[in-house]
Ligand binder design. Sequence first.
Ligand code: FMN
Length: 361
Amino acid sequence: MRTDTIFSPITLGAIELANRVVMSPMTRDRAGPADEPNAIMVEYYRQRASAGLIVTEGTQPTAEGKGYWRTPGIYTQQQIDGWAKVAEAVHAEGGKIVMQLMHTGRVVVPANRGYEADIIAPSALPCPALVPGPDGTPVPTAMPRALAADELPMIAEQYATAARNARTAGLDGVELHCSSGYLINQFLNPASNKRDDEFGGDAQGRVRFPVMVAKAMADAIGADRVGIRISPGNPYNGMDPIDAHDSFSAFLTALTEENSGHAFAYVHLADIKLEDMDAPAFVRQHWTGPIILNNMLTLDTANQALTNHVAEAVSFGRPFLANPDLVERFREGAPLAKPDYSLLYQGEERGYIDYPPYQAA
Ligand SMILES: Cc1cc2nc3c(=O)[nH]c(=O)nc-3n(C[C@H](O)[C@H](O)[C@H](O)COP(=O)(O)O)c2cc1C
């Protein structure tokens, strides 16, 4: 009987992890004025490189993909150069890093962008939730325009270009953000996708564009360097949780190697604990590749998930905020530091790169 722990190495697709502790993607709103990774971002990721794998904060593949304040992009040379410094720093510490591609679709506060660009979505329906503006105060989002069917291959190609750019910058791969009510999730969910063409309607229609994007990214850089992030039933940003079973079984099934012709590196599940679904078991049922399990895990529950073959790797978000050396702390049974949550999305280096490792504390 295999007894894997969080410290056991694993290979996800083409990416070899020294341990199974993944750093979950976390938006921190600290990119430079051209949405480029800056020196404090390089230092932040360098400090956390003992994770088996870092998934970066959500990063926009295009100007239209930006909805929040100071999120980084991966579509200009300056942004690619900034990410190259991040990747170099993480690799120098022996870590691995993939970029989360996050196109927010209709979840846009125009003032967060600092430029004019279209706001696009499957249907012309605004996000019902308020979203933080430049000063952090939640405000209504703008009205999107519905994408025409003949634009969709071009949007998929933008994701593919972004994936290529991430590889050019030296990152180990990309993760497609398919949850939290952003563009891909907007296509999957019937509350935001009211299209009457082949990209809407039943679950088979609603998954068509998300699958097109995933395949375009796989064609661009190899499926073994592309992960998929989902959170079935998550109501964030106006998604209807009723959708969890239909959409996500259709989506996962379409992405399996047998059906897509691509062996994607992993599915990263943010398990929000639904009453009518055991999400890890559901993913295992519909998906044949590796699973990274996330949400509210502790050292013990993470190890249990691996021992019980619920997942192949585990990811931690908030524990990494104030514990850059989370893996070492787990190894030594050291106590975990608590973050200052008032500095999640502001403070520049404060509450960001000033959390010391355990020995120095
Ligand atoms: C400050 C913050 C920012 C986040 N940003 C993202 C993001 O950009 N993309 C994403 O998929 N999830 C994002 N998340 C969700 C985390 O990746 C993770 O799923 C969540 O924190 C639950 O894991 P945890 O209990 O280990 O923190 C964010 C979470 C936090 C706390």
